[in-house]
Every structure is written in C-alpha cells, then in structure tokens.
Design a protein around this ligand. Sequence first.
Ligand code: UGA
Length: 429
Amino acid sequence: MRIAVIGLGYVGLCSGVGLALKGNEVVGVATTEEKAALINGGKIPIYEEALEESLKACLKGNSFRATSGLASAVASSSATFICVGTPSASDGSIDLAQMKSASESVGAALKKTGEYHVVVVKSTVIPGTTEDEIVPILERQSGKKSRKHFGVAMNPEFLREGKALSDFLHPDRVVVGTGDKKAAEMLRKVYADFGAPIIETGIREAEMIKYASNAFLATKISFINELGNLCKKLGIDTYKVAEGMGLDKRIGKHFLQAGIGWGGSCFPKDVKALIAKSREEGARMKIMEDVVDVNASQRKLVIEMLKKKVPLGGKKIAILGIAFKPGTDDMREAPAIDIIKHLQAEGALVQAYDPKAGDNARRLLLDVNCHASARDALKGADACLILTDWPEFAELTDKDFALMKNKIIIEGRRILDPKKVGGYEGICW
Ligand code: UGA
C-alpha cells in the first residue's frame, strides 16, 4: 500500500520505516526541506536503536522517502498516518496546534483525491479529539464526508523511545479505533502480518486505551516507589518484593523497578492531560493526582538524602546519567533536570556524565560540566548521584569511585553491582 506519514519525530519515523519494512511504499512528510533532505541522506536527527540502518535499507530499496510536500504525499497515497506532536499546554491540557494544522493540510489535500483514502490518527489525543475536532476539520477542508468519501481511524502507538522500531514491528496488540468497516478493513490489511492481536474499537475507546495504558504504567511505578520508601525503612529489599509480586500473572513483572520515578516526553504529558480532562468533566482522578505527587516527591527525596550526608554549598556533585531513561539522548522531563537545578540553586557545582545525552545537557542546563566518561565526572567529587540506569554503570567498581574526594554515593536507579562497589545507599533500597 502507498502510505503517507505526517510528522517525522520518533513515532512518525519509526512507524514510516516500520511500514516500509513490511512491504509498503511510504512517503514521510517532514516539517522542513532540510529535515527531509537529512533523512533522505540516511541520517536521523534523534538517537533510536536500529533506526538509521533500517532507514538506509528502505531508502536503498525505494520503499521510503521523505519530503516536505504534504499535499502530493497525501494525494499519491491510500492512507495517511498523522504522527505529529501533541505537547502539554501551560495548564497541563493537550496542545492540539500541530494536530489541527496537519489535519487542515491533509483535508485540503483530500479535496483533490479521487480514490478512497483513510486518515489514521496515531498521535496521542485526548478522547473525543478525533471525532469532535479532527473529523470536522477534514470534512471542512476537503468538502467531503467522512465514512462516505474517506475513512478515519485512531490507531494509537505504544512505542518506547529507544526501542520504538522494534516495538512497532513486534507489538503486543494493535488497536484500530473506527466505526467504519472500510477503514477497519484497510488497517487490518496493513497490520495483517504483524503477528499481534488486532482489537477493533470505537474511535474514543482507542484514544482512551492509549491514555489508560500510559497512566496505568505510571501508576505501577509510583506504587512501587511509595512501597519502596516503606520497604527501605523496614529493611526490606524492594526489588525482591517486586520480583515476588511480578510473578503473579495478574500483576506482571514489568514497570516495578523502584527509583527516582518516571519522566520522558510521554508519561508526564499524558498523565497531566488525563487529569486536566477529568477535572474539566467533573470526574476527578484522585489516584492519578497522587501518582504525580509521588513521582515528584521521589526527586525531592534524593536531594534530602544527599543533604543529610553533605552540605551542598560549594560542593562538587557528580551526576551519572541525565537522560530520562537508558537507550535515549532524550532529557524531556528527566528527573535529572529538576535534581540538577535544585542542587545548583543550593550552590552545588555539578559535574555530569551521560553516554548519550551530554550534548542535550550542555544546551539545556546552564553551568553543568558534562564529561566524556563516568570516571572524569567522578574525579574530585564530594558526592555522586546515579540518576539513569545505563548498563555501563553496572561495570563501575570501587576503583572508579576512589577518584572521588569523598565516597558518598546515592543510587536513584538500581544499577550498581554490589559485588564491585560497596558503601552506597539506594533511594528506596
Ligand atoms: C512510554 C510507554 O512505555 C510507551 O508504550 C508509549 O508508547 C510511550 O510512552 C508514548 O506514549 O509515546 P517511553 O516514555 O519511551 O514510553 O518510556 P518508558 O520505557 O515507558 O519509561 C518511562 C519512564 O518510566 C522512564 O523515566 C523510566 O525510567 C521510568 N520507569 C520505567 C521506572 O522508573 N521504572 C520502571 O519500572 C519502568
């Protein structure tokens, strides 16, 4: 099938390349000519496992190309996947500006198409958005009727940054939200050989499945963090408790790793948007509000623990790990940002290391010395905080920490190997 993908961030690029790898002919629409040219040259503007090699293979096989010409990409395709960003507005609600602008352009392009076309919303949008906002724009701009002249479906993404291409190619499930038989049939064809169950729902259910999934995962993490704080006081190993709970199939072992909590471009924004919507509807989600509070308090906890061991003014604090999780250079809503800013506000000097996020950290955080290795960041430090569970930190030994002025180590993510390093304290273990 010929498919247009609007938006080439990590979701659009991974979905586009993934669809191309599955035998479709994909045109990806970038916001600028420069970005399209970069991608057509086989380069990607983000760090994402296996994506660059796969993109190069698809470019070589002519199954994927990027363009900045949205109208011709849509007009020459049978389906258009909208994968633009839906960030948070200042009040926590969802900012639909990119979504609306993309829908207007797609609608205008549909005006000229003769064949049946399906518009697929992949971006995360609050329930009701597709039917109440996007469909009317598409109809107005195209002068056509949805379900009659074109189809609309909501097909949420469940892609983890860093593993997004693999998650696209090997999904646990595919959710196709549409009340439209023809649109559903086309999407069933697209996902026919993905080896995953396809669940058909209404559009609003599909939108909510995405929010419910992220909100539940964030809840699981805040739950284990709160429990972990109690476990620590009782001298109980939180990770053993999580293992014991996780073997119960009804609970599952994933997302029970206690630590400094969740960040990233998705959980914080989606949980906030869900809370904002629930308030707007007069159906307050108290559990979700507490999930956010617990997450914020983990960041404060790590600083309180540090301050008990060392006064911050004028002290050198080594930070190992800045990205919101390993396998990415993304720092959006990373716990490290809040923690570093707090340390600096109290007069500490931060010397950091992250295997991938160093360049982003230099741009986004003032006065942080970003070093080329963990050892460099540790040199002469009065204390060290471990804030991202990069696998290479598991290789650190007492010899590396001996480079510090004082060996005070607080682990915010459980990654150090106790056989190689002694005398450190975990946030909730
Ligand atoms: C998340 C979801 O996992 C994806 O399914 C979803 O598609 C995506 O958001 C999205 O909405 O686009 P992502 O933000 O890339 O993906 O990252 P996760 O791997 O889910 O991790 C989120 C945060 O939770 C990270 O800060 C991570 O360190 C933290 N986390 C995760 C924990 O603190 N403990 C855990 O046990 C697991």
